[in-house]
Ligand binder design. Structure first.
Ligand SMILES: [Zn+2]
Length: 233
């Protein structure tokens, strides 16, 4: 029997999971697994998730056969998860060109607000908000274009996330790419699981921050950063 024959009938998600397990790689909801997906498998995964979503709708006793509003919902939801809102799990990191800091910039630089869209890993409800990034470069820091911060944020947020972990993941990524002396990130977001369900409070926002390097040691710098970001609340 050839490999292809042996593979037949094995769901693609099982194959990807086996590779992750063999490599002892974590695959939590906010982990990127692109390295373990082979060409063409994302399309097969889309078919698999569509079938499973169809099963969810069936179990919810929705007549998708006769209800023209939901007859293609399983496919749409599968596509939305894999290719849109959670694409940050399945695609490689955006390519970012880093440049040496030729101008020897060493002043506090603030990027933001960057609009971020994510979903909580508890309910898969939207988490929509803004982030501000403060960077204190040194002469060895790599410089990346302003729009690149937004692309890195989009990649990290495009997974079922927990806000506290999302900002840490983003800080790790920016730290690795640019190696600044200091890095600060503040995220303020509405969690729709608080508005649509739960306490039904649409006005509450969650704010959290990560401080790295000199931002941890220098309280004046920290204050300067926080005073320069124009939050409404
Ligand atoms: Zn939630």
């Amino acid at each position: 029997m050839t490999d292809a024959n042996q593979d037949e009938g094995t769901p693609v998600s099982v194959k990807i999971r086996e590779r992750l397990q063999a490599a002892k790689q974590r695959f939590h909801s906010n982990d990127n697994i692109a390295d373990f997906i082979r060409p063409g498998e994302l399309e097969a995964l889309l078919d698999e998730v569509t079938d499973k979503m169809k099963g969810v709708l069936d179990s919810m006793v929705i007549d998708t056969e006769h209800d023209h509003n939901t007859d293609n919902t399983a496919r749409r939801v599968a596509k939305m998860y894999l290719k849109e809102v959670f694409a940050g799990r399945y695609v490689q990191a955006p390519t970012i060109t880093e440049f040496p800091n030729a101008e020897h910039l060493n002043e506090l630089m603030i990027v933001g607000p960057i609009t971020v869209r994510s979903a909580c890993s508890h309910h898969f409800c939207p988490v929509i908000g803004k982030i501000w990034i403060g960077v204190l470069p040194n002469e060895h820091t790599n410089v990346i274009g302003l729009s690149k911060y937004a692309r890195l944020a989009e990649w990290i947020m495009g997974r079922p996330q927990i806000q506290e972990e999302a900002v840490v993941q983003l800080a790790d990524l920016i730290q690795e790419k640019t190696q600044p002396d200091g890095l600060a990130i503040v995220m303020e977001a509405s969690h729709y699981c608080m508005g649509w369900r739960g306490v039904k409070d649409m006005d509450s926002k969650m704010i959290n921050s990560v401080m790295r390097g000199v931002f941890l040691k220098d309280s004046d710098l920290r204050r300067e950063f926080l005073s320069l970001i124009p939050r409404r609340s």
